[in-house]
Design a protein around this ligand. Structure first.
Ligand code: SAH
Length: 276
């Protein structure tokens, strides 16, 4: 750890915490945790990770502040700026990778605009590492040369923002973030775009945590399977033949991470039927 950078007062490090297992924190993230004066985290940083952080009085939850029901992105950026201006070493800790559907770019831009020095610490994103904990490779030589990461957050009945035909034709493997409440939309559009109804699909809930649950299903059955299994957010969704490998590669025993709920109630949708 000797050659890792020193955390300068008045700067912000935007770090990914990975999907849940503390073992997936990078050395840079651990180095940031050791030196930080304040750690501003969100609901997707697992309790197992928060538990390995000492001096808990440094933790500040960015989910709900000032009695407001949901965080405004602007408030979080302003808070980071305010803490840096007070000469704190500010670690902004986010679930997964800060630059993958994590609004890390917006926070970094806000810091850049204010000339606040920052560092980006990538993390293991759920769409790669979360699937790996379920025994699903994002790519596999005989299956796909392309993989797409898609946010379900903005998907709506009218396919806003997504060219389903192009996706279905060009990307054998599709990984959806924030898609649990959009399963019917995903199913209908992919089947309409030519994917077989029995095309394999995996729903991985609370990946890389003691509560990890893997539901193997098909496009046609995914809504029913999700309902029957009772899985809850966060869920990462894989569509494609890499899912078939799960039967042979399912290596992870969630009990190795102990017990205890990995995420709080805050993980429930921030906006109705939206953010999961
Ligand atoms: N920056 C994060 C993504 C944030 S968007 C990353 O790189 O992973 C929130 C979505 O991420 C969730 O809806 C879910 O789809 C996915 N996600 C994050 N952590 C997860 C976990 N431990 N298990 C399953 N899905 C997860």
């Amino acid at each position: 750890m000797d050659n890792l950078p020193e955390f300068a007062p008045g700067s912000v490090w935007l770090a990914g915490a990975g999907p849940g297992d503390p073992g997936l924190l990078t050395l840079h993230a651990v180095n940031g945790i050791r030196q930080a004066d304040v750690i501003v985290h969100d609901a997707l940083v697992s309790h197992q990770i928060l538990n390995v952080i000492d001096r808990k009085e440094r933790l500040e939850y960015a989910g709900k502040r000032g009695g407001k029901p949901s965080p405004q992105q602007r408030d979080i950026s302003l808070r980071l700026i305010e803490l840096a201006r007070r000469n704190k070493r500010v670690l902004r800790l986010k679930g997964g990778d800060p630059f993958v559907f994590g609004r890390g770019g917006e926070e970094a831009l806000a810091l850049a605009r204010e000339d606040i020095p920052f560092r980006i610490i990538p993390g293991v994103t759920a769409g790669v590492g979360g699937l790996a904990y379920a025994g699903i490779p994002a790519t596999h030589r005989s299956v796909n040369t392309v993989v797409s990461f898609i946010t379900g957050h903005t998907l709506s009945g009218d396919h806003e923002g997504v060219d389903w035909a192009a996706l279905s034709r060009g990307s054998p493997v599709l990984v959806f973030y924030m898609g649990l409440s959009r399963l019917a939309t995903i199913r209908d559009n992919l089947i309409a775009a030519g994917r077989e109804p029995d095309h394999p699909m995996a729903l991985v809930s609370k990946a890389a945590t003691p509560d990890q649950q893997v539901v193997i299903t098909t496009l046609a059955d995914c809504v029913d399977s999700a309902a029957k299994s009772g899985i809850g957010a966060p869920v990462i969704i894989a569509v494609g033949k890499v899912v078939d490998l799960q039967a042979s590669l399912n290596w992870f025993d969630p009990r190795e991470l102990g017990s205890g709920a990995p995420f709080g109630d805050d993980i429930q949708p921030v906006k109705p039927a939206g953010h999961d």
